[in-house]
Design a protein around this ligand. Structure first.
Ligand code: SF4
Length: 230
């Protein structure tokens, strides 16, 4: 039997909301300068494609998802195509994205419901999106922000890590953290802000080795060069 990895619960950091809001005021313009083109790397041409690409992106790189969707979006053009497809065939088509059995069930389930209950249309509200099987707030926020232009903060692992390091939120729970950010980031910037944190997390503020020496927002970061990098 393999060793069980101990689960480390991240401590809740105490964050002063007024100070966090002030930090946002300072880092937002900087991040906008550094990442003027920040947007999702997932390729899509309509809300259905983005919803499926987002489901496929769990535990998978965006580049790999784009390689797979380039093919599957030619084969399955509508929610009906996915809903009526054989589960095994979907599994085989999306296999290289990993966790393909669960993803295939999720995609087929979502598309079946979209056909049967929503007339084939992907909903454009959080309430309706999270009613779809297997769709959580993160996926819903990606679809709202990027396919419908509705301001939305998608809290992925980078957004959570950077928000904690920058002491914008003390929470590690994605939903609580999303609500914390929503209080201090101007609504019009919600979608862009999550993309900019993702870019910064990938390029500079990496999980294991943040490059604080070359970080352009270090001046305003409580974790800069400090021992406590959460
Ligand atoms: S200063 Fe360091 S910890 Fe803070 S955002 Fe930059 S890279 Fe991350």
């Amino acid at each position: 039997m393999g060793k069980k990895k101990a689960k480390v619960k991240k401590a809740k950091i105490k964050v002063d909301k007024a100070e966090a809001a002030e930090r946002i005021r300072k880092i937002l313009p900087l991040l906008k300068k550094i990442y003027p083109q920040a947007k999702t790397a997932l390729r899509f041409t309509n809300p259905l494609e983005l919803l499926i690409a987002t489901i496929l992106s769990a535990q998978c790189t965006d580049a790999r998802v784009n390689m797979v969707t380039k093919e599957v979006f030619r084969k399955y053009r509508t929610a009906k195509d996915w809903a009526k497809a054989d589960l095994k065939e979907i599994e085989s088509d999306i296999k290289s994205t990993g966790f393909y059995r669960n993803k295939a069930i999720s995609i087929k389930g979502v598309c079946t419901e979209v056909i049967e209950r929503l007339g084939g249309n992907i909903p454009d509200t959080m309430d309706e999106l999270v009613k779809l099987p297997g769709v959580g707030r993160k996926t819903a926020n990606v679809v709202l922000g990027n396919a419908f232009g509705v301001p939305a903060i998608a809290c992925d692992t980078h957004v959570i890590r950077l928000s904690r390091r920058l002491q914008l939120s003390g929470n590690s729970d994605a939903v609580k953290l999303e609500f914390d950010l929503a209080e201090i980031v101007p609504k019009k910037d919600w979608t862009l802000f999550s993309h900019m944190l993702i870019f910064h997390g990938r390029n500079v503020c990496k999980a294991r080795k943040p490059d604080c020496q070359n970080c352009q927002i270090a001046e305003f970061c409580p974790a800069a060069n400090g021992p406590a990098l959460w």
